[in-house]
Design a protein. Structure first.
Length: 434
């Protein structure tokens, strides 16, 4: 049975038949062969953008639509009820880093009708892929090299002749345009930059537009932060790894995984054991097993790690969040409140809870739990009574935080069915802005 994504793609291309567009980078035989992880790049007439958006909004089984507009493109993220996902890039101008590299009207006017699709002519398609990668200072990806290598001699000759004539190239093979370091690509980019539209006042206007897009990205395309908490054996690592893979492969998100805290400062024990050994020891530390009874020592240890949260949160924000990363924490500050002994800290919980007021509040906070018998069968480090006690304290804390911090999500999940857990977590991530 086809998923919602495939059904939508077929619906979408049937509905836009009367609109002007050219499908870019189409390297398949039919729309059904478009991979689940692939987005769809369409060059459109900018005056018809609303027509495309109306058709998208009328699609069936859509959970949510997220729009991100730039001056030259509108990114449309479509989330379906069955968990499938599609990104449509509606391009209205061939612009990259303030450089106009192709004439949109020419590509639109020469689009080729194939079945229900309107494809960019292969010479324009190759030119688009080549120029996009040259401007990004990268080589043409292998999948496109393989695609054009499969063309017969006549098809390759047409593309070759078109590019040689347009850019006055002296090359022997189309393959000489794959590598950005070769003479052909260097000459092409020089010619693109020498065009009147990329010089003088027009160039200045493009750069201003590009700067405006960058500012909008910084303010509107922030990443989110997700934390995973729970007693050992509740399945945090498994869920986190699955969420990470889904966000990376399916939604093409940039991900960074952190353990417990920002880690701008090293683990205290690294002074004695070295960084790698200290990290191993920290991972092996058991719940409720710290033996530090000194208040002074506890205060010093806590203030050291607390400083890491307070200062490190800004470092994480500017380095990752503002650049659109999704930050995943395996444990977070909540461990200090519920089980500070694990970090060899013995301080009153009300003080530790009060200090959370000054710590960055992640967008989505997930507390995973399971019946004590199940957790004990996975890990025998804690007694069933300790498991039950810690689980109850986490429940209470998340309920309190959920009531006092309405802008963030604090959710408790009985993690006995991995698929159901992932479904809930991914939905919360989606609503938070992934």
């Amino acid at each position: 049975m086809e998923n919602n994504r495939k059904l939508f793609i077929n619906y979408f291309f049937r509905e836009i038949t009367n609109l002007r567009y050219a499908y870019l980078k189409f390297a398949y035989k039919t729309v059904d062969e478009i991979p689940e992880t692939s987005d769809i790049d369409l060059l459109i007439d900018k005056h018809e953008l609303n027509g495309f958006l109306d058709i998208i909004r009328k699609g069936n089984e859509i959970e949510m639509i997220d729009l991100h507009r730039k001056t030259f493109v509108t990114f449309v993220n479509v989330y379906f009820n069955d968990g499938s996902y599609l990104e449509l890039d509606l391009i209205n101008r061939f612009e990259r880093k303030g450089i106009i590299y192709l004439d949109s009207e020419t590509v639109l006017n020469h689009a080729v009708k194939e079945g229900i699709l309107k494809l960019a002519a292969e010479n324009h398609n190759f030119e688009y892929i080549m120029l996009f990668n040259i401007i990004n200072n990268s080589n043409i990806p292998k999948r496109y090299r393989d695609f054009y290598t499969s063309f017969n001699c006549t098809e390759r000759s047409k593309i070759f002749s078109y590019l040689c004539n347009k850019y006055d190239l002296s090359i022997n093979l189309l393959d000489e345009l794959y590598d950005k370091k070769l003479r052909g690509p260097k000459k092409i980019i020089r010619q693109v930059l020498a065009q009147p539209i990329n010089k003088g006042i027009p160039k200045l206007l493009h750069k201003i537009r590009y700067l405006g897009d960058m500012i909008c990205d910084a303010t509107n395309r922030k990443g989110i932060t997700v934390t995973f908490s729970g007693v050992d054996g509740a399945g945090k690592s498994t869920v986190l790894e699955n969420v990470k893979d889904t966000l990376q492969k399916k939604y093409r998100q940039k991900i960074v995984v952190l353990r417990h805290r920002p880690s701008l400062l090293p683990i205290l024990s690294s002074i004695k054991h070295g960084k790698k050994n200290a990290e191993k020891i920290a991972i092996q530390n058991l719940p409720r097993q710290g033996n530090n009874k000194s208040t002074i020592s506890s205060v010093i240890r806590f203030m050291y790690y607390y400083f890491d949260y307070i200062v490190g949160q800004y470092y994480i924000y500017f380095r990752y969040t503002l650049r659109g990363y999704t930050v995943l924490y395996d444990r977070y500050y909540f461990d200090f409140i519920i089980d500070s002994k694990r970090s060899n800290i013995s301080l009153p919980k009300p003080i530790l809870k009060w200090c959370y007021y000054f710590v960055f509040k992640p967008n989505v906070n997930v507390f995973l739990y399971a019946p004590p018998d199940i957790i004990f069968s996975r890990k025998q480090e804690m007694s069933k009574n300790d498991i039950q006690l810690l689980t109850g304290e986490y429940h209470q804390l998340f309920n309190e935080l959920g009531k006092s911090h309405k802008k963030q999500q604090y959710i408790s999940i009985n993690n006995t069915n991995l698929d159901e857990t992932l479904s809930v977590v991914m939905k919360q991530c989606m609503l938070a802005g992934v």
